[in-house]
Design a protein around this ligand. Structure first.
Ligand code: CP3
Length: 320
Protein backbone atom coordinates (compact mmCIF):
# COMPACT_ATOMS: atom_id res chain seq x y z
CA UNK A 1 0.00 0.00 0.00
CA UNK A 2 1.02 3.63 -0.09
CA UNK A 3 3.19 4.15 2.96
CA UNK A 4 4.90 7.42 2.00
CA UNK A 5 2.93 10.67 1.85
CA UNK A 6 1.49 13.66 3.60
CA UNK A 7 1.11 12.06 7.04
CA UNK A 8 4.93 12.23 7.35
CA UNK A 9 6.37 15.70 8.14
CA UNK A 10 9.56 14.78 6.28
CA UNK A 11 7.45 14.10 3.15
CA UNK A 12 5.62 17.43 3.54
CA UNK A 13 8.97 19.21 3.84
CA UNK A 14 10.00 17.86 0.41
CA UNK A 15 6.53 18.41 -1.08
CA UNK A 16 6.72 22.09 -0.01
CA UNK A 17 9.75 22.54 -2.26
CA UNK A 18 8.92 20.43 -5.31
CA UNK A 19 5.93 19.56 -7.48
CA UNK A 20 4.66 15.97 -7.43
CA UNK A 21 5.99 15.12 -10.92
CA UNK A 22 9.32 16.71 -10.10
CA UNK A 23 9.54 14.42 -7.06
CA UNK A 24 8.64 11.36 -9.11
CA UNK A 25 11.00 12.25 -11.96
CA UNK A 26 14.06 13.14 -9.90
CA UNK A 27 15.63 9.85 -8.80
CA UNK A 28 17.42 11.35 -5.77
CA UNK A 29 14.11 12.72 -4.47
CA UNK A 30 11.99 9.68 -5.40
CA UNK A 31 14.52 7.36 -3.75
CA UNK A 32 14.58 9.51 -0.62
CA UNK A 33 10.76 9.56 -0.40
CA UNK A 34 10.67 5.79 -0.97
CA UNK A 35 13.04 5.34 1.96
CA UNK A 36 11.43 7.86 4.33
CA UNK A 37 8.96 5.38 5.86
CA UNK A 38 11.79 2.84 6.30
CA UNK A 39 14.01 5.33 8.07
CA UNK A 40 11.24 6.05 10.58
CA UNK A 41 9.64 2.60 10.98
CA UNK A 42 11.03 -0.93 11.06
CA UNK A 43 9.11 -1.94 7.92
CA UNK A 44 9.84 -5.17 6.07
CA UNK A 45 9.59 -3.75 2.56
CA UNK A 46 9.68 -0.50 0.64
CA UNK A 47 7.27 0.49 -2.12
CA UNK A 48 8.64 2.58 -4.95
CA UNK A 49 7.60 6.23 -4.75
CA UNK A 50 5.88 6.92 -8.05
CA UNK A 51 2.27 6.85 -9.21
CA UNK A 52 0.02 4.58 -11.24
CA UNK A 53 -0.19 7.44 -13.81
CA UNK A 54 3.61 7.62 -14.34
CA UNK A 55 3.94 5.45 -17.49
CA UNK A 56 1.04 7.24 -19.21
CA UNK A 57 2.95 10.48 -19.77
CA UNK A 58 5.40 8.57 -22.01
CA UNK A 59 2.44 7.74 -24.26
CA UNK A 60 1.82 11.45 -24.82
CA UNK A 61 -0.88 11.99 -22.17
CA UNK A 62 -0.75 15.16 -20.06
CA UNK A 63 -1.48 14.62 -16.38
CA UNK A 64 -1.34 16.91 -13.38
CA UNK A 65 -1.95 16.24 -9.68
CA UNK A 66 -4.36 18.21 -7.53
CA UNK A 67 -3.90 16.18 -5.28
CA UNK A 68 -5.34 13.26 -7.32
CA UNK A 69 -4.60 12.84 -11.04
CA UNK A 70 -6.21 15.25 -13.56
CA UNK A 71 -5.99 14.34 -17.24
CA UNK A 72 -5.83 17.55 -19.27
CA UNK A 73 -7.59 16.07 -22.32
CA UNK A 74 -9.71 13.02 -21.41
CA UNK A 75 -9.42 10.13 -23.86
CA UNK A 76 -12.78 9.19 -25.32
CA UNK A 77 -12.38 8.89 -29.10
CA UNK A 78 -10.83 6.44 -31.56
CA UNK A 79 -8.62 9.27 -32.79
CA UNK A 80 -7.32 10.03 -29.31
CA UNK A 81 -6.52 6.34 -28.81
CA UNK A 82 -4.82 6.10 -32.22
CA UNK A 83 -2.57 9.03 -31.28
CA UNK A 84 -1.21 7.21 -28.18
CA UNK A 85 2.42 6.12 -28.55
CA UNK A 86 3.69 2.81 -27.22
CA UNK A 87 7.27 3.67 -26.31
CA UNK A 88 10.14 1.20 -26.23
CA UNK A 89 10.55 -0.31 -22.76
CA UNK A 90 13.59 1.81 -21.93
CA UNK A 91 11.85 5.07 -22.90
CA UNK A 92 8.79 4.63 -20.63
CA UNK A 93 10.36 5.94 -17.43
CA UNK A 94 14.18 6.04 -17.33
CA UNK A 95 13.98 8.00 -14.06
CA UNK A 96 12.15 5.06 -12.43
CA UNK A 97 15.03 2.76 -13.38
CA UNK A 98 17.47 5.11 -11.67
CA UNK A 99 15.25 5.45 -8.60
CA UNK A 100 15.01 1.67 -8.26
CA UNK A 101 18.78 1.30 -8.55
CA UNK A 102 19.39 3.99 -5.94
CA UNK A 103 16.92 2.45 -3.48
CA UNK A 104 18.42 -1.01 -3.96
CA UNK A 105 21.90 0.39 -3.31
CA UNK A 106 20.83 2.17 -0.16
CA UNK A 107 18.60 -0.40 1.46
CA UNK A 108 18.64 -4.15 1.91
CA UNK A 109 14.87 -4.22 2.40
CA UNK A 110 12.90 -5.74 -0.49
CA UNK A 111 11.55 -3.17 -2.94
CA UNK A 112 8.06 -3.49 -4.39
CA UNK A 113 7.39 -2.07 -7.86
CA UNK A 114 3.87 -1.40 -9.08
CA UNK A 115 1.51 -0.40 -11.84
CA UNK A 116 -2.16 0.46 -12.17
CA UNK A 117 -4.58 -2.08 -13.63
CA UNK A 118 -5.75 -1.12 -17.13
CA UNK A 119 -9.39 -0.65 -16.10
CA UNK A 120 -8.38 1.64 -13.20
CA UNK A 121 -6.06 3.66 -15.47
CA UNK A 122 -8.88 3.89 -18.01
CA UNK A 123 -11.14 5.28 -15.27
CA UNK A 124 -8.86 8.32 -14.89
CA UNK A 125 -8.20 8.68 -18.62
CA UNK A 126 -11.85 8.58 -19.69
CA UNK A 127 -13.28 10.59 -16.78
CA UNK A 128 -10.37 13.05 -16.80
CA UNK A 129 -9.89 12.55 -13.06
CA UNK A 130 -11.54 11.01 -10.04
CA UNK A 131 -15.34 10.78 -10.04
CA UNK A 132 -18.17 10.14 -7.59
CA UNK A 133 -19.95 7.52 -9.70
CA UNK A 134 -17.75 6.89 -12.78
CA UNK A 135 -20.84 7.32 -14.94
CA UNK A 136 -18.86 8.74 -17.88
CA UNK A 137 -16.49 5.76 -17.82
CA UNK A 138 -19.23 3.12 -17.55
CA UNK A 139 -21.29 4.66 -20.34
CA UNK A 140 -18.21 5.01 -22.55
CA UNK A 141 -17.13 1.39 -22.05
CA UNK A 142 -20.52 0.06 -23.09
CA UNK A 143 -21.34 2.62 -25.81
CA UNK A 144 -17.89 2.39 -27.42
CA UNK A 145 -16.87 -1.21 -26.87
CA UNK A 146 -14.36 -1.52 -29.76
CA UNK A 147 -12.60 1.73 -28.75
CA UNK A 148 -12.65 0.62 -25.11
CA UNK A 149 -10.90 -2.63 -26.01
CA UNK A 150 -8.35 -0.71 -28.09
CA UNK A 151 -7.58 1.55 -25.13
CA UNK A 152 -7.39 -1.34 -22.65
CA UNK A 153 -5.16 -3.35 -24.99
CA UNK A 154 -2.85 -0.35 -25.31
CA UNK A 155 -2.75 0.10 -21.52
CA UNK A 156 -1.97 -3.60 -21.04
CA UNK A 157 0.91 -3.50 -23.51
CA UNK A 158 2.31 -0.35 -21.89
CA UNK A 159 1.92 -1.82 -18.38
CA UNK A 160 3.59 -5.09 -19.36
CA UNK A 161 6.60 -3.22 -20.70
CA UNK A 162 6.67 -0.92 -17.68
CA UNK A 163 6.64 -3.81 -15.19
CA UNK A 164 9.38 -5.63 -17.12
CA UNK A 165 11.40 -2.42 -16.95
CA UNK A 166 10.98 -2.25 -13.17
CA UNK A 167 11.89 -5.92 -12.74
CA UNK A 168 15.02 -5.52 -14.87
CA UNK A 169 15.98 -2.49 -12.76
CA UNK A 170 15.71 -4.53 -9.56
CA UNK A 171 12.26 -4.56 -7.93
CA UNK A 172 11.70 -7.78 -5.98
CA UNK A 173 7.89 -7.98 -6.17
CA UNK A 174 5.26 -6.22 -8.24
CA UNK A 175 1.83 -5.09 -7.18
CA UNK A 176 -1.01 -4.23 -9.53
CA UNK A 177 -3.38 -1.65 -8.06
CA UNK A 178 -6.96 -1.98 -9.25
CA UNK A 179 -8.31 0.77 -7.02
CA UNK A 180 -11.58 1.14 -8.95
CA UNK A 181 -12.30 -2.52 -9.77
CA UNK A 182 -15.07 -2.56 -7.16
CA UNK A 183 -17.30 -0.07 -8.98
CA UNK A 184 -17.90 -2.55 -11.80
CA UNK A 185 -20.40 -5.37 -12.14
CA UNK A 186 -19.14 -8.93 -12.56
CA UNK A 187 -20.16 -8.73 -16.21
CA UNK A 188 -18.22 -5.49 -16.88
CA UNK A 189 -15.15 -6.77 -15.02
CA UNK A 190 -15.33 -10.04 -16.98
CA UNK A 191 -15.23 -8.20 -20.28
CA UNK A 192 -13.06 -5.14 -19.59
CA UNK A 193 -10.95 -6.04 -16.55
CA UNK A 194 -10.02 -9.68 -16.28
CA UNK A 195 -8.65 -10.47 -19.78
CA UNK A 196 -6.18 -7.57 -19.66
CA UNK A 197 -4.98 -8.44 -16.16
CA UNK A 198 -4.41 -12.01 -17.31
CA UNK A 199 -2.39 -10.79 -20.27
CA UNK A 200 -0.12 -8.61 -18.10
CA UNK A 201 0.32 -11.19 -15.34
CA UNK A 202 0.98 -14.06 -17.75
CA UNK A 203 3.69 -11.98 -19.44
CA UNK A 204 5.50 -11.88 -16.07
CA UNK A 205 5.53 -15.68 -15.81
CA UNK A 206 9.07 -16.91 -15.44
CA UNK A 207 10.49 -13.65 -14.05
CA UNK A 208 10.53 -15.24 -10.59
CA UNK A 209 9.11 -12.04 -9.14
CA UNK A 210 5.99 -12.47 -6.95
CA UNK A 211 2.86 -10.89 -8.39
CA UNK A 212 0.46 -9.12 -5.99
CA UNK A 213 -3.00 -7.95 -7.03
CA UNK A 214 -5.17 -5.50 -5.09
CA UNK A 215 -8.77 -4.84 -6.11
CA UNK A 216 -10.52 -2.40 -3.78
CA UNK A 217 -14.17 -3.02 -2.79
CA UNK A 218 -14.23 -6.06 -5.00
CA UNK A 219 -15.37 -9.04 -2.90
CA UNK A 220 -18.13 -9.60 -5.48
CA UNK A 221 -15.36 -10.21 -8.06
CA UNK A 222 -13.40 -12.80 -6.05
CA UNK A 223 -14.67 -15.68 -8.21
CA UNK A 224 -13.05 -13.98 -11.21
CA UNK A 225 -9.94 -12.88 -9.31
CA UNK A 226 -9.32 -16.50 -8.23
CA UNK A 227 -8.41 -17.31 -11.83
CA UNK A 228 -5.56 -14.77 -12.05
CA UNK A 229 -1.95 -16.03 -12.20
CA UNK A 230 -0.79 -14.30 -8.99
CA UNK A 231 1.14 -15.36 -5.92
CA UNK A 232 -0.43 -12.86 -3.52
CA UNK A 233 -3.95 -11.48 -3.22
CA UNK A 234 -4.13 -8.18 -1.39
CA UNK A 235 -7.40 -7.83 0.50
CA UNK A 236 -9.01 -4.53 1.47
CA UNK A 237 -10.43 -4.08 4.98
CA UNK A 238 -13.98 -5.06 4.07
CA UNK A 239 -13.58 -8.86 4.11
CA UNK A 240 -11.96 -10.79 7.00
CA UNK A 241 -8.80 -12.63 5.98
CA UNK A 242 -10.01 -15.98 7.34
CA UNK A 243 -12.99 -15.78 4.98
CA UNK A 244 -10.68 -15.01 2.05
CA UNK A 245 -8.43 -17.93 2.94
CA UNK A 246 -10.94 -20.48 1.66
CA UNK A 247 -11.61 -18.41 -1.48
CA UNK A 248 -7.93 -18.31 -2.47
CA UNK A 249 -6.42 -21.72 -1.76
CA UNK A 250 -2.64 -21.81 -2.13
CA UNK A 251 -2.27 -18.03 -2.31
CA UNK A 252 -0.55 -15.71 0.13
CA UNK A 253 -2.96 -13.17 1.61
CA UNK A 254 -1.90 -9.55 2.13
CA UNK A 255 -3.80 -7.10 4.30
CA UNK A 256 -6.03 -5.87 5.66
CA UNK A 257 -6.34 -3.47 8.59
CA UNK A 258 -8.67 -0.56 7.80
CA UNK A 259 -6.33 2.45 7.36
CA UNK A 260 -8.96 4.70 8.97
CA UNK A 261 -8.53 2.78 12.24
CA UNK A 262 -5.04 4.25 12.52
CA UNK A 263 -6.88 7.46 13.43
CA UNK A 264 -8.50 5.74 16.44
CA UNK A 265 -7.25 5.35 20.02
CA UNK A 266 -4.14 3.30 20.70
CA UNK A 267 -6.36 0.66 22.34
CA UNK A 268 -8.33 0.23 19.11
CA UNK A 269 -5.16 0.25 16.99
CA UNK A 270 -3.65 -2.50 19.15
CA UNK A 271 -6.78 -4.65 19.26
CA UNK A 272 -7.55 -4.38 15.57
CA UNK A 273 -3.97 -5.07 14.52
CA UNK A 274 -3.98 -8.23 16.63
CA UNK A 275 -7.36 -9.22 15.20
CA UNK A 276 -5.97 -8.89 11.66
CA UNK A 277 -2.96 -11.03 12.61
CA UNK A 278 -5.21 -13.73 14.09
CA UNK A 279 -7.44 -13.73 11.05
CA UNK A 280 -4.35 -14.21 8.89
CA UNK A 281 -3.34 -17.43 10.65
CA UNK A 282 -4.04 -20.57 8.67
CA UNK A 283 -1.77 -19.83 5.72
CA UNK A 284 0.85 -17.43 4.41
CA UNK A 285 0.04 -13.84 5.39
CA UNK A 286 1.74 -10.51 4.69
CA UNK A 287 0.42 -8.03 7.24
CA UNK A 288 -0.54 -4.76 5.62
CA UNK A 289 -3.24 -2.13 5.64
CA UNK A 290 -6.32 -2.72 3.52
CA UNK A 291 -5.48 0.43 1.51
CA UNK A 292 -2.98 3.32 1.68
CA UNK A 293 -2.14 5.32 4.81
CA UNK A 294 -4.47 8.33 5.19
CA UNK A 295 -2.97 11.83 5.23
CA UNK A 296 -4.30 12.50 8.78
CA UNK A 297 -2.68 9.40 10.32
CA UNK A 298 -0.52 10.00 13.41
CA UNK A 299 2.89 8.48 12.58
CA UNK A 300 3.05 7.03 16.11
CA UNK A 301 0.19 4.70 15.27
CA UNK A 302 2.12 3.36 12.28
CA UNK A 303 5.08 2.71 14.61
CA UNK A 304 2.70 0.94 17.00
CA UNK A 305 1.35 -1.50 14.43
CA UNK A 306 4.84 -2.31 13.13
CA UNK A 307 5.89 -3.19 16.70
CA UNK A 308 2.79 -5.32 17.29
CA UNK A 309 3.30 -7.23 14.05
CA UNK A 310 6.95 -7.93 14.82
CA UNK A 311 6.16 -9.06 18.36
CA UNK A 312 3.44 -11.46 17.21
CA UNK A 313 4.14 -15.18 17.28
CA UNK A 314 2.17 -16.86 14.56
CA UNK A 315 2.25 -20.26 16.18
CA UNK A 316 0.42 -19.07 19.28
CA UNK A 317 -2.93 -20.73 19.73
CA UNK A 318 -4.88 -17.52 19.52
CA UNK A 319 -8.64 -17.56 19.92
CA UNK A 320 -10.72 -15.04 18.04
O1 CP3 B 1 4.44 4.75 -0.49
C1 CP3 B 1 4.03 5.39 -1.47
O2 CP3 B 1 3.63 6.56 -1.41
C2 CP3 B 1 4.03 4.69 -2.79
C3 CP3 B 1 3.81 5.50 -3.98
C4 CP3 B 1 2.41 5.58 -4.55
C5 CP3 B 1 1.77 6.82 -4.86
N1 CP3 B 1 0.66 6.55 -5.56
C6 CP3 B 1 2.29 8.16 -4.52
C7 CP3 B 1 1.31 9.25 -4.37
C8 CP3 B 1 1.60 4.56 -5.00
C9 CP3 B 1 1.78 3.05 -4.85
C10 CP3 B 1 0.49 5.18 -5.65
C11 CP3 B 1 -0.55 4.44 -6.34
C12 CP3 B 1 -1.79 5.13 -6.72
N2 CP3 B 1 -1.94 6.40 -7.22
C13 CP3 B 1 -3.05 4.51 -6.73
C14 CP3 B 1 -3.31 3.09 -6.36
C15 CP3 B 1 -3.28 2.88 -4.89
C16 CP3 B 1 -4.45 3.44 -4.16
O3 CP3 B 1 -4.20 4.18 -3.20
O4 CP3 B 1 -5.60 3.10 -4.51
C17 CP3 B 1 -3.99 5.45 -7.19
C18 CP3 B 1 -5.47 5.25 -7.35
C19 CP3 B 1 -3.27 6.63 -7.52
C20 CP3 B 1 -3.82 7.90 -8.08
C21 CP3 B 1 -3.58 9.02 -7.13
N3 CP3 B 1 -2.35 9.65 -6.96
C22 CP3 B 1 -4.50 9.62 -6.21
C23 CP3 B 1 -5.95 9.24 -6.07
C24 CP3 B 1 -3.79 10.62 -5.53
C25 CP3 B 1 -4.34 11.57 -4.47
C26 CP3 B 1 -4.25 10.83 -3.18
C27 CP3 B 1 -4.28 11.69 -1.96
O5 CP3 B 1 -3.60 11.28 -1.00
O6 CP3 B 1 -4.99 12.71 -1.92
C28 CP3 B 1 -2.46 10.61 -6.00
C29 CP3 B 1 -1.37 11.46 -5.55
C30 CP3 B 1 -0.32 10.73 -4.80
N4 CP3 B 1 0.35 9.62 -5.27
C31 CP3 B 1 0.21 11.10 -3.54
C32 CP3 B 1 1.25 10.18 -3.27
C33 CP3 B 1 2.17 10.17 -2.09
C34 CP3 B 1 -0.20 12.30 -2.70
C35 CP3 B 1 0.46 13.49 -3.28
C36 CP3 B 1 0.45 14.67 -2.32
O7 CP3 B 1 -0.54 15.42 -2.31
O8 CP3 B 1 1.44 14.82 -1.62
Amino acid sequence: MRQAGRYLPEYRAIKDRFGFWEMVRTPEIAAEVTLQPLRRFDLDAAILFSDIMTPLTSAGIQIEFNPGPCVTTPIRSHDAIRRLRLPHRSAIAPFVVNTIKMVREESVRPLIGFAGAPLTLAAYLVEGGGSADYGVLKRWLHDNTPAAHDLLRFLSDLTTRYLHLQIEAGVQAVQIFDSWAGIHSVRTYDEFGLPYLKQILAALDGTGVPRIYLAVGAAHLYRQIRTLPIEVISVDWRTPLDECRTLFPGKTLQGNLDPALLLASSKVVTEETRRTLRQGLGGPHIFNLGHGVLATTPPDNVARIVDIVHAYTRTEDDVL
